[in-house]
Design a protein around this ligand. Structure first.
Ligand code: PYR
Length: 357
């Protein structure tokens, strides 16, 4: 009798677990995603669309991502707050936009004089970067994942040629992230402006210079019509966008859907890097042909040196201000040193060799 009741309890437990699993397997979820970008925004917006399509297909329709662009939610730079508060389940943006709220978030986009995309992805996925990013986002009730890389960004559009440090004094420039802090150290007035307002800001002289991304996205905004000097980059060698997920929403998803999300985010991110290369190459060919006014420039040596020194000083200060910032900076610098030694004898050596033949 006793054995029989134990057995029926066990059968009941198995049946209940099975029923629960079945119910879970059949449950459908819809996550609302707020992106910083406007509707049908190329490359960045293609990344969220690709992510959503992959999730839908891999989950056989059990998980749907509904994307709201900035025109809908009206808060392009408010994605962090909206996902943290649970107003949106997910976001797609750039971690350095939150530096005014949580300074440590800026390290996960791209750092001046820092790692290139290959090195930085290696740091995220194999060198402890993901763990550090989680440590920063966890107290804000969110998970953060790499959300697509632009590769090396261009250094920005200037209406006047920059020949010396003197030319930078008081210059109003749209430039986010740590590079904005570095520019401020050498006399620039940096500001961050949402993508949708950049052209008007430059055209109306609200700003004197603008840094956005690279040929594909810059051409679309039309800067080449109002600025002649296009500088090469030093400030964002591997700009990584970000997927944000509200932690409570994540925890409610069954494990298989979480894994589908992880795979879809990672695939969409790598894909953005190659998509960026493809579109930038095409757009640069167009700019060269259609806008002969555009001149490619590099900042002179003394400006580079001043920015390099300012960057070093600011990193030291950031590490003194925050233990977690110190951990991230130490991790990034030591990883970069080791990774770069290999990049030097592989990618760099190859490009140097090619330049000589
Ligand atoms: C920017 O806001 O400048 C980016 O590159 C995303």
């Amino acid at each position: 009798m006793k054995i029989r009741s134990v057995l029926s309890a066990a059968v009941l437990a198995v049946a209940t677990t099975f029923a629960a699993t079945q119910a879970l397997a059949q449950d459908k979820f819809t996550l609302k995603l707020a992106e910083t970008w406007g509707p049908n925004f190329p490359i960045f917006g293609d990344t969220t669309k690709r992510f959503a399509e992959t999730v839908e297909k891999m989950s056989d329709g059990r998980l749907t991502i509904r994307i709201d662009s900035a025109n809908k939610h009206k808060a392009p730079l408010g994605v962090f707050d909206m996902v943290k508060a649970g107003q949106y389940d997910m976001g797609h943006s750039a971690s350095y936009y939150w530096k005014g709220k949580v300074p440590e978030t800026l390290f996960f986009t791209s750092m001046p004089f820092g790692m290139n995309a290959m090195e930085q992805y290696a740091w995220f996925y194999h060198g402890g970067g993901m763990e550090l990013m989680q440590e920063v986002y966890e107290p804000h009730n969110m998970l953060s994942f790499p959300g697509g890389n632009t590769g090396v960004q261009m250094g920005g559009w200037f209406r006047k040629e920059i020949k010396s440090l003197e030319d930078l004094q008081g210059l109003k420039m749209r430039i986010p992230g740590f590079a904005g802090e570095v520019f401020a150290e050498v006399g620039v007035n940096p500001t961050n402006i949402a993508p949708g307002e950049l052209y008007t800001a430059l055209e109306r002289n609200t700003i004197d210079a603008v840094e956005w991304v690279g040929p594909a996205l810059d051409l679309r905004l039309g800067f080449q019509q109002i600025a002649d000097y296009y500088y090469t980059g030093w400030h964002e060698p591997a700009t990584e966008l970000q997927f944000l997920v509200n932690k409570r929403v994540w925890e409610r998803l069954p494990a298989d859907l979480q894994e589908i999300m992880r795979v879809a985010m990672r695939t969409a991110s790598y894909d953005m890097l190659v998509h960026s290369q493809h579109e930038n190459a095409k757009a640069w060919a167009n700019i060269k042909q259609d806008y002969p006014n555009v001149q490619i420039k590099q900042f002179p040596e003394d400006i580079f040196q001043a920015m390099y020194d300012a960057n070093k000083k600011l990193l030291t200060e950031a590490a003194e201000d925050s233990a977690i910032a110190k951990k991230i900076i130490d991790s990034q610098l030591s990883y970069q040193e080791q990774s770069r030694a290999y990049t030097d004898i592989s990618e760099r050596a190859y490009l140097n060799t090619m330049a000589e033949v």
